[in-house]
Design a protein around this ligand. Structure first.
Ligand SMILES: Cc1cc2nc3c(=O)[nH]c(=O)nc-3n(C[C@H](O)[C@H](O)[C@H](O)COP(=O)(O)OP(=O)(O)OC[C@H]3O[C@@H](n4cnc5c(N)ncnc54)[C@H](O)[C@@H]3O)c2cc1C
Length: 406
């Protein structure tokens, strides 16, 4: 069998999982190549722990080379153009020809899309922002704390709500919570809308229990940096003394400019096979646009990127072996909601269920917080490269007794 080259564009959650699963399933005559512009991977769920000083940046980052299995080639370069006709990717370090392409470049943050955002808000959505938020918190003596969701879609539907709950926890520990007002401003109707209204109400209940106001359905217009106010087109300005914001997300330029993209720049795929409209070209994770049976979008989350990665790796391996590709992604997912006080909620569900996703209400307690720590250790430890691919997803099932993705 002639050796094939599989190029994986993006070495984040989906790209790493794809590469490791392929390396495990394919012989050495086949090349598995991961391209990423960054040499260091950041474990994003722990950004919220950096934000409140529970982790240092170096504790949640790891070299991409050390996260992939031996035999996976890592190319640190910026992907510049996807040449679908020529079956190659143009990068800042030369062209890479492929037999199979997996696009896993995620979503970019675009704070510049909101006037005033970069100057006024700290974002826990990247390492620099989370670190700056931690610095700002240390000098904070009280006042109005606002958490802002700028636009849809955004990564990890729980993260802004976890941000509010963890900030509340920090302020209580400092003994200054009674000198603060806290509020979440969002354009959503309810938190985590795809999981249904009961889930949304449950999260609002978590906020209310901590005296955090919830302001939904707001159209963000700008942030008044000097006046320290969030300007909306459908509500009076909201004052703040400390602002933690989720910036708008945008598809990477290279993808937006390719024939893979829809009008908004994201990549539509078959939600089970993750195949694009081009043969042997797959897309996974945050860069995709997946419509669910009820018309809502599958959220952007690492748990989905990893599940999709495993299905794609199996499909490519089956195809290379000359058997009919059977593997499919089934839309199962799970998520933690950090609640502060060493406690977390945990929810898992079937996102491809019809007519609506089925996501039972979260269970909560200290055990779930420890489950999240275990998940971090697994991802950043040796587990990911050494163990059977998919352990990341199955860890929840095996250790925490919830449905798993097989
Ligand atoms: C604060 C926060 C908390 C989160 N918590 C959770 C959680 O608890 N659970 C969960 O499931 N998800 C969580 N997420 C979401 C999760 O991080 C993403 O959904 C996940 O990383 C998506 O995986 P991906 O492979 O699609 O993209 P990414 O992991 O973002 O990887 C994309 C990679 O592509 C690279 N890239 C982009 N453009 C180019 C280019 N032109 N050339 C070369 N390389 C390029 C990037 O450098 C990056 O490494 C969280 C996100 C945030 C911000």
């Amino acid at each position: 069998m002639a050796g094939k080259t599989i190029v994986i564009l993006g070495g984040g959650v989906g790209g790493i999982a794809t590469a490791n699963a392929l390396r495990e399933q394919l012989g050495v005559e086949h090349r598995v190549v991961v391209v990423d512009k960054r040499a260091e991977y950041t474990f994003t769920p722990s950004l919220l722990w950096v934000m409140v000083g529970w982790r240092r940046p170096d504790q949640i980052t790891k070299s991409l080379h050390r996260l992939v299995r031996p035999g996976v080639e890592v190319v640190i370069a910026e992907g510049q153009e996807i040449d679908l006709d020529g079956q190659k990717v143009k990068t800042s370090n030369g062209d890479l020809a492929y037999d199979y392409l997996v696009v896993a470049v995620g979503a970019n943050l675009a704070p510049e899309a909101v006037p005033g955002f970069s100057a006024a808000a700290h974002t826990p959505y990247d390492l620099d922002g989370a670190t700056r938020l931690w610095s700002a918190l240390q000098g904070f003596k009280g006042g109005r704390v606002a958490v802002l969701v700028s636009a849809m879609p955004y990564k990890c539907p729980a993260a802004p709500y976890e941000t509010a709950l963890l900030l509340d926890d920090y302020l209580r520990q400092q003994g200054i919570r009674d000198r603060c007002e806290m509020a979440v401003y969002t354009l959503e109707t309810l938190p985590m809308g795809v999981a249904g209204p009961a889930m949304g109400q449950a999260v609002v209940g978590m906020l209310e229990a901590k005296d955090i106001q919830f302001y939904p359905q707001l159209d963000l217009d700008h942030i008044d940096v000097a006046g320290k106010k969030i300007g909306f087109s459908n509500r009076d300005p909201a004052p703040f003394d400390l602002l933690a914001g989720v910036p708008p997300h945008r598809p990477p330029q290279m993808v937006k400019e390719s024939a893979l993209a829809n009008e908004a720049g994201w990549v539509p795929v078959n939600k089970r096979t993750m195949q694009t409209s081009f043969e042997n070209v797959y897309a996974i994770g945050d860069v995709t646009a997946i419509k669910l049976a009820n018309g809502m979008a599958l959220p952007k989350a690492g748990v989905f990127a990893e599940g999709q990665a495993l299905a794609v790796a199996r499909r490519i391996a089956e195809d290379i072996r000359g058997v009919e590709a059977q593997a499919e992604y089934d839309g199962q997912g799970f998520c933690w909601i950090e609640m502060g006080g060493g406690s977390a909620g945990f929810a898992s569900g079937e996102f491809y269920a019809e007519p609506d996703p089925v996501v039972p209400l979260p269970r909560s307690g200290r055990m779930w917080h420890w489950g999240k720590i275990l998940f971090e250790k697994y991802w950043l430890g040796e587990g990911f490269t050494r163990q059977v691919s998919g352990l990341g997803l199955n860890i929840a099932g095996k250790v925490l007794d919830v449905p798993v993705i097989s």
